[in-house]
Ligand binder design. Structure first.
Ligand SMILES: NC(=O)c1ccc[n+]([C@@H]2O[C@H](COP(=O)([O-])OP(=O)(O)OC[C@H]3O[C@@H](n4cnc5c(N)ncnc54)[C@H](OP(=O)(O)O)[C@@H]3O)[C@@H](O)[C@H]2O)c1
Length: 331
């Protein structure tokens, strides 16, 4: 334990907490995800500072998955080290998630949605993070070949056996979501939250998913709210070497930066400036205007970035004119 770290006394003063559906759980309006920037390839003391900054500002929800890194598992292992050094004393103030559903280990039991995979993977995640339980465990994606009943029964078992406090789903479409919610409810383990991709550049949840979640009173925590960094000013003058698109990866590349996208980003950036916000801040505020969104799940490669994103909370309101201008740019 590192008693050098004394968290900010006022850490709960500014953050807004929103209820996840009709559950007992409140989540910070901005949560931090560890998909990129927290693996063995990254610098430990650098991202440890980001986690401390998060906690110091009321970000008490940290989102992980079995394969975050690289290499797979390393973000959980690093997060476990940070817990041990800085945050385990505050375990009851934290809301920690993990997931299984994508590729994790070779062979037929290291991917998708079987009971075999989900339970084994949850045990591995707990071990890597040095935790007795996670707060929410997700089915990371629907499995076209495993009956959804089996996947939901595995989540129910994970909760009943004390490995997780709540169950969640991610990347399920509206119909799959409706079905999963009903099965979980019938098993007595209600679905706490859905984790879909949602940003100004990715509007799919508006095509039915948010209606299902609103109607079923299930929370929504939205990922890649900055379109992995596109919805910021960082790519306006080319691709910085140290950015996600500048590093070798398949998720964000220069091919995503078409002239049309760059034109939209330039116009959105001007609009954000007129609101006295950074584009990142405006992109986050824009998501939070919908009450069905429990939390916006950002990534960050530095504490400075995270502090910038947190500034979104200072200006959440939009005039009808601003919303119209945003739609005009996006369409
Ligand atoms: N359920 C799923 O299937 C799924 C899938 C993807 C993600 N997720 C979750 O969602 C989390 C967030 O995803 P994401 O990392 O794609 O989110 P994002 O917030 O859209 O992108 C994060 C990246 O944007 C840049 N950035 C962040 N804040 C900035 C700021 N204020 N100003 C300028 N640039 C800024 C950084 O890029 P640089 O690194 O270039 O500096 C950062 O790495 C993940 O960590 C994970 O927990 C879930």
């Amino acid at each position: 334990m590192n008693l050098d770290y004394i968290p900010a006394q006022n850490r709960y003063d500014k953050m807004i907490y929103r209820r996840s559906g009709n559950s007992g759980v409140l989540l910070p309006a901005i949560s931090l995800g560890l998909w990129h920037n927290f693996g063995f390839v990254d610098v430990f003391n650098h991202f440890r500072k980001t986690i401390r900054t998060a906690f110091d500002h009321g970000i008490i929800h940290f989102d992980l998955a079995n394969n975050y890194g690289p290499p797979y598992g390393s973000a959980e292992e690093n997060f476990g080290k940070i817990l041990k050094l800085d945050l385990m004393r505050f375990r009851d103030e934290l809301f920690i998630s993990s997931k299984a559903g994508y590729d994790m280990w070779p062979g037929p039991y290291g991917n998708f949605g079987s009971r075999k995979y989900l339970i084994a993977s949850c045990d591995q995640s707990l071990k890597r993070m040095g935790l007795d339980y996670v707060d929410v465990f997700y089915s990371h994606r629907p499995d076209p070949d495993t009956p959804v009943e089996e996947t939901m029964q595995a989540l129910d078992h994970i909760v009943r056996s004390g490995r997780a406090l709540y169950a969640g789903i991610s990347n399920y479409n509206p119909e799959q979501t409706e079905k999963a919610i009903k099965i979980l409810r019938s098993l007595g383990t209600p679905c706490l939250i859905h984790q879909p991709k949602y940003s100004m550049f990715h509007r799919e949840p508006e095509e039915g998913l948010l209606d299902v979640l609103g109607h079923e009173k299930v929370g929504a925590i939205v990922f890649s709210p900055l379109a992995q960094g596109l919805l910021t000013d960082k790519y306006l003058k080319g691709i910085p070497k140290n950015s996600r698109a500048g590093r070798p990866n398949i998720f964000l590349t220069k091919e995503h930066m078409t002239p049309q996208i760059m034109e939209k980003i330039t116009k959105l950036n001007t609009l954000a400036k007129n609101r006295d916000q950074s584009l990142a801040q405006m992109a986050i505020s824009w998501l939070l205007k919908d009450e069905r969104i429990t939390s916006v799940l950002v990534g960050a490669s530095s504490s400075k970035q995270l502090l910038n994103s947190l500034g979104a909370l200072d200006h959440l309101e939009f005039s009808a004119k601003e919303l119209e201008a945003i739609e005009n740019i996006l369409n």
